[in-house]
Structures are given as C-alpha cells and as structure tokens.
Design a protein around this ligand. Structure first.
Ligand code: ADP
Ligand code: MG
Length: 322
C-alpha cells in the first residue's frame, strides 16, 4: 500500500476526519483551513511520543492512539480551550494493515469523544513515533495560563493523582495485579481523559492552571515560577484512588501522586470564593494546598511542617532523564 492510499484509507476516511465546525478545509490539500470566531484566540500545542521512550515497544495500537491524542488534548484543557482539530505526524517502520486499522480506531474514538477533528498530518517511514498537534479556541484574554496565581488562592487538582505513574510497572509487565486493581489504573495510563469541560468551567475563575504530566510537585513548580509565588502542598490532602492504594500501599501511592507522572489531570489555583460553587455544580475539584508569598513548592505535613519532597518528576535530557 502506497503512502497516499494509506492516508486515504485509514485517516481521511475516518469519521473524525470529516468536515465540521471550525474546519473550513480538512485533509487533502497542502494546508487545512481553520475558522476561529471573532473575539477568540487559537490555542496550539504539540506533543511527540517515541517508541521505547514514551511507550513500550509493541504497545497496543488502539491504546497508543488514544493516549497520544488524549495527552495532547489535555494541554487544551489546561488552557480552558475548546478543541477544533489536530494533525498527526506518523512515522512507521512498515505499513501493517491490522496495526493501522486498530490505531485509526483508537484515534477516532478519542477524537469523537472530545469533538476534535483530524485535519491533516504527515506519514513517513522510520522508527515508530507520533506527533500530535492540537488546535483549539478560547475567548480572547480568557485562557488559563500558568502565570496568574495569587497569594491566598487555594491549590486544587481535578481528581485522584498518581494512577498513571502507578500503572507503569503494570504497563511494562514488571508487576501483576488482580483485574479489579489493574483495570482502572491501566485505563488511566492508556486512555487519559482530558479534562476539557473542567478547564472551560474554570475560565474566569481559576487564576492559573496546567495539566499534570510530570508529577504534582514538579508541575506546581511551573506555576510557582510563572506566577512569582510559593505553592504549599499538604501531603494529607492528596486524593489517592483505592486501586492505587491497594496496589502500592499509602506511602508509595503518595510518592506516585507527588513525583510520578502521566496524570493528565488539571492542577489550578482558585480564589476560595469559587470553591463551593464549583463543587456544588459537581466539578471534581479537590483542594491540596494553597498559594503563599515566596517561591518554589513546599510539601507540608499535617502540622504544617516542611517535609523533604520525593525525587522529582521525569525530565527528558535532565539530570535524572535520558
Ligand atoms: P504535502 O506533500 O503537501 O505535505 P502529503 O502528501 O504529506 O502533503 O499529505 C497529503 C494530505 O494528507 C495532506 O492534506 C496531509 O495533511 C494529509 N496527511 C498526511 N499524512 C496524514 C496522517 N497521518 N493523518 C492525517 N492526514 C495526513
Ligand atoms: Mg504540500
């Protein structure tokens, strides 16, 4: 199968690649054309996943596609943006129909769930890697950035932390667990659910936000630095799932929440007056700390004493990464 036939059969024909709102021209020309309504801005983000670096060799193609797109759409969620579309740059060692069919199905499932359209891409031969670029729209000046946290705000997260990191030994086949424990954790790793609706609900309320990809402490460090404040994380308030606790025990589960990675949940700073309204409306908003004057991130015990944080989250090309 040639390159054009492959693109046409697996990608241009997918239901997520059909024309729709915000996409004036999709796959098939030299560029796609997007429409951004007046008064809105285009939000753009790119993420690459490389085999054996970001996912294990031989990963299930359906799950891999879901993860690649879910992780990228999570960046739009973190800005409070609404997805329009995405491009896919795919490098493949060979064109294997069964692999491509499953990959396209996984992609289509996540794309339709998040109302994001496949608008173009590139297909080349080489070691397996995927680059997804997402495009979203957000009211001008309303995007949630990392830079607006105010002293006195609450520090909140959008759900239980650490499941993605806790799932990693299961993903790599280094550990076994009962279905009851493994299933929810593996789902959190392979199909991260971008918190798009929560991000949109936080526009005009949260003062700063990001999606947690490298562990709560490392990512809070980004908000602290961009906002010129200190973030205080209260260890006793970390929300941990029962599956993660059952797999690892309380202490190791907490380490995953603080310094693991792969959560793809939102972390945000929120003036206290908005907390009750958001929670009453059913949004998953959990308070894990607060914003104070100063700099950096501090981990506190129940008495408010400073704890030594666990090793930092994963960093490519950093002292602890590859
Ligand atoms: P060009 O040579 O002009 O860059 P290509 O031949 O690479 O165009 O691609 C032809 C069309 O198919 C373009 O619209 C491109 O965006 C789209 N396309 C290529 N690869 C993919 C892919 N993996 N997924 C979706 N669309 C793709
Ligand atoms: Mg061209």
């Amino acid at each position: 199968m040639g390159e054009f036939e492959l693109i046409r059969h697996y990608f241009a024909a997918a239901s997520c690649a059909q024309a729709g709102e915000g996409v004036a021209l999709g796959i098939g020309d030299d560029c796609a054309l997007l429409e951004v309504p007046p008064g809105e801005q285009l939000a753009v983000s790119t993420d690459s996943l490389v085999e054996a670096v970001h996912f294990p060799t031989g990963a299930d193609p359906y799950l891999l596609a879901q993860r690649a797109l879910g992780v990228s759409l999570s960046d739009l969620a973190a800005m409070g943006a609404t997805p329009i579309g995405f491009t896919l740059a795919l490098t493949l060692p060979r064109a294997e129909p069964a692999w491509l069919e499953a990959f396209a199905r996984g992609l289509d499932q996540m794309a339709r769930q998040c109302a994001a359209r496949l608008i173009g891409g590139d297909t080349t031969r080489g070691p397996l890697s995927l680059t997804v670029t997402v495009f979203g729209r957000v009211s001008a000046g309303q995007a949630l950035t990392r830079g607006g946290a105010q002293v006195g705000d609450l520090l909140c997260v959008g759900g239980c932390l650490g499941d993605g990191a806790g799932a990693l030994p299961l993903v790599l086949g280094r550990r076994q667990a009962s279905t009851q424990i493994a299933e929810p954790l593996l789902a959190r790793y392979w199909s991260p659910q971008p918190q798009l609706a929560l991000g949109q609900a936080l526009c005009g309320k949260a003062t700063a936000a990001l999606d947690i990809s490298d562990g709560l402490l490392a990512d809070c460090g980004h908000i602290a630095a961009a906002s010129g404040v200190a973030l205080l994380v209260e260890q006793a308030r970390l929300p941990l799932s029962s599956a993660l606790r059952a797999l690892l025990g309380e202490d190791a589960a907490r380490q995953c929440a603080l310094a693991g990675g792969d959560d793809y949940l939102l972390a945000f700073t929120l003036p206290a007056q908005h907390l009750h309204g958001l929670q009453a409306a059913g949004w998953p908003v959990q308070v894990v700390g607060r914003v104070a004057a100063g700099e950096g991130v501090q981990l506190l015990d129940e008495q408010g004493r400073s704890l030594t944080p666990p090793a930092r989250g994963y960093q490519h090309f950093g002292s602890s990464g590859v």
